[in-house]
Design a protein around this ligand. Sequence first.
Ligand code: ADP
Ligand code: MG
Length: 137
Amino acid sequence: MERTLCIIKPDAVKKKVQGNIIQMLLDAGFTIRAMKLIQLTKEQAQKFYEVHKERPFYNDLVEYMTSGPVIPIALEKENAVPDYRELIGATDPAEAKEGTVRKKYATSKAENAVHGSDSVENGKIEVGFFFKEEELV
Ligand code: ADP
Ligand code: MG
């Protein structure tokens, strides 16, 4: 079974749409293996988004991701990585398809409601970033 990491980002938690997003995940057939509400430290956010450290938006991204609590969720499903990317839609909500999480709930390209792993390999790494194996139920 494939794993992917969802993070419900600060803008979505502030808008109180986390319940709606979790329902969308369940309705789409994902199993929640682990979930928690946490406040990321600057160091954690920098490490999580290290691949983007040379990008012009990196500092703003770290600031945004630490601007309030987030909800990391370990998801499992056959084809979890591509199916979840399909469910959340394009990075920029203006380009996201109707009915996707980002079309419904994102604020902007930067504050776009949810994170999603971009490969099976990164799905494993990112689930491991937030959860120990024994925390997956
Ligand atoms: P995705 O989250 O769809 O995989 P990326 O991995 O390209 O997108 O970027 C990571 C996150 O960085 C995005 O979800 C978004 O919050 C932010 N981001 C990406 N591109 C931009 C941009 N051009 N301007 C501001 N923020 C951005
Ligand atoms: Mg990405």
